[in-house]
Design a protein. Sequence first.
Length: 556
Amino acid sequence: MRTYGELARDKEAGRWVLCELAPHVAIRLKQLFPRLAKWETRVFRFPADDIHCADLAWFTARYPLAMKAADRKALLAGERRYHRSCTQREEILTPDYTPSVLTGLRPGQAVRPYQGQAIDLVCSRRTLLLGDDVGLGKTYSAAGLMVSPGTLPAAVVVQTNLQYQWEEKLTGFTTLRVHRIRKARPYALPEADVYLFRYSQLLGWIDFFQTGFFTAAVFDEAQELRTGRESAKGRAAAALAAAADYRLGLSATPIYNYGVEMWNIYDILEPGLLGSHEEFLREWTNGDQVVRDPDALGTYLREQHVFLRRTKADVGQQMPPVNTLVEHVSSDPGALAAVEELARALAQKTTTGSFMERGRAGRELDLLLRQATGIGKAPAVAQFVRILLEAGVPVLLAGWHREVYRIWLEALAEFNPVMYTGSESPAQKEAAKRAFASGETNLMIISLRSAAGLDGIQYRCSTVVAGELDWSPKVHEQLVGRLYREGQTTVVDAIYLNTDDGSDPPMVELLGLKDAQSAAIIDPNAPVRRRHSDKGRIQALAERYLAGREGGAAAA
């Protein structure tokens, strides 16, 4: 039989080496394996993992290659393992699959079938980004992984404000021993099964991670890794993931801006899955951050069984759609006028300055205009929220700037507001959450980017008001998801209070592009989402408020 080249296994390097290819076969090889260097002509190297065994075996069926008997046996064994594991994972995702029985749960506790599927999938695949919709219990899926055989000790990395919440959920759901990491530098760890780290603590532990102490690594709100190894926490997270046998990321909103963030996350969870950064940009984008075909990327990640997402409808959780309301409020022109001269100077630098000047000026202009916009509409936002509060409606009010919070706090002081922002300690945030959830107050002011992962307030509140905007649509989705989750008993009103001045109009325009990029990757080929909007409830509250005011005035 004619052969077109030689294929050999380099055991020491853990690679397959392909050489002596006929020129036309080498051209075909590079077409089928685009990660290969286009200029290479003599020797081609592939990782000796099961998926490459399957690919190379498929290639040799079309172009036979000379091989030693032992190497051929190894290649075919890898191919069989790959197809066997793919079949197993496909079976896990079938509707009638029965998940593995778990021990280590407290009496009366159980994982749901769809959560059990996620647990078995990560146990099989070893790497998974779980993108289940907000409120579907990704925390319990992670807990199920950690009570599975051979996964302990585990490191769970969470946002600063969620350590207490994770400890409470894990100890209430499982018999696992949990320790909250308290320092950003290594110390003698007590004996435990699960160690809860904050993202802000990771860098100090990077050398310890490399010892391989942890068998499983769980990254809650995995969008924290979207900047990849460029950040200190990203480099430390990569060290933790590389030394662990099981890697699980949790996020309903992994992409906050553009599709390239998915490469950054997987470069930490499973390096090489999407190629090098240059390869990803070449094959998936037009050389920038925007993925050219987001549906295709989302489909590919599912086919590789490294991304799993179910919506509320997928698991039979019937909830009415979020009632999204966009209201225009007035803005004090004086707030923007006060910064007009400085804004003009920054805008000039943004377009004509040096590279460094343009970047710095652009950031300063963004901060300046967003704060001025927030301040300008803050009194009107407070007046709108007052209508809800005086009608007895608990409100989650979201913003970004301290000066905006100050205006809201003064205008709404009589309602005893509590704060859940970047300025409060984890203990203070937990106290604010408990006060709001227990009914001590009807108003919690929350930072837009402090909302991710927060649970427990949906039992009390169904109205969220965005008094300021974020550049990422997924921040808004996380915010609404604090209320739109299991335990909610009524329609959730998500109210966006925008103005026609300042930074709001361009932000609204850009949010549409970013949302389209993310939606197609995490939900490929899904129908266009239609936004439900019914102003009836809010109009009724406004009429009730005005009637009360007019009645009071008449009595006076």
